[in-house]
Design a protein around this ligand. Structure first.
Ligand code: CDP
Ligand code: CDP
Length: 218
């Protein structure tokens, strides 16, 4: 059977993780898992039904559609609803609840059991897949990341200014880096990529080259 590896991609908001992870998974014919979308789905559920839902996480059914872009929460396609500013403003807080992390991390580990997975998030290289063969930590300046998000929000018809987005990104980075359980941090064996001045294809090609070298046994 063809050898497969797991690729862990971590970093702060809008560093380019999901865009690049999805493209790498496509090129390698791997499964792409956006763990941020899973935390967003739980947050949406809390917004809709209140915090008591956190007592019964086993009742939740979170699934990805083929290609990893569609996300179903209890059978409903919530791919759009999990991207609202309301979810974004609350997700870091919900993600710091120990039960939520335990529940999602175990689900993520199960998905990656058979290898051939590109998984992006905040704690993939450190906690979810510490044995991943390739670990990347992407970063970019807050200003550049806020500009990237602004473009996306504008394309979606959302009215928001750069200053608000920058403040939101810095606040979320801070909460994610300083929470008690598996905070956002670079695994000691992760390769650091500053994507501030790199195009998507350039980052993608770099990671594909590292993965191919590993698969060839270099
Ligand atoms: O796409 P964006 O970078 O805005 O964020 P995301 O990847 O969708 O993640 C949303 C939030 O989920 C993050 O700000 C973290 O609070 C949380 N998260 C986490 O705690 N652990 C992960 N592995 C992934 C996301
Ligand atoms: O998943 P994460 O929040 O880290 O970032 P993303 O959603 O993949 O990327 C945020 C935006 O930045 C997307 O619109 C990407 O197309 C863009 N991007 C970019 O312009 N240059 C890069 N090197 C990486 C991402």
């Amino acid at each position: 059977m063809k050898k497969k590896i797991n690729i862990a991609i971590d970093g702060p908001a809008a560093a380019g993780k999901s865009t690049i992870s999805r493209r790498i998974a496509e090129r390698m014919d791997y499964i792409y898992i956006d763990t941020g979308a899973m935390y967003r789905a739980v947050t949406l559920h809390v917004i809709r039904h209140g915090r008591q839902v956190l007592d019964d996480l086993d009742d939740l059914d979170i699934r990805f559609g083929t290609g990893g872009t569609t996300l179903y929460l209890n059978g409903e396609d919530v791919s759009e609803d999990i991207r609202t500013l309301e979810v974004t403003s609350n997700v870091s807080e919900v993600s710091s609840v120990p039960e939520v992390r335990r529940y999602l991390v175990s689900m993520q580990q199960k998905i990656a059991e058979d290898k051939g997975v590109v998984m992006d998030g905040r704690d993939i290289g450190t906690t979810v897949l510490p044995e991943a063969e390739l670990k990347i930590f992407m970063k970019a300046s807050p200003e550049i990341r806020a500009r990237r998000r602004l473009k996306e929000e504008e394309a979606r018809g959302v009215e928001i200014d750069l200053e608000t987005l920058t403040t939101q990104i810095i606040r979320r980075d801070d909460l994610d880096m300083n929470r008690e359980i598996s905070p956002l941090s670079k695994a000691h064996d992760a390769v650091l990529l500053d994507t501030s001045h790199m195009g998507i294809t350039e980052v993608e090609d770099k990671i594909i080259k590292m993965a191919s070298d590993l698969l060839k046994g270099d």
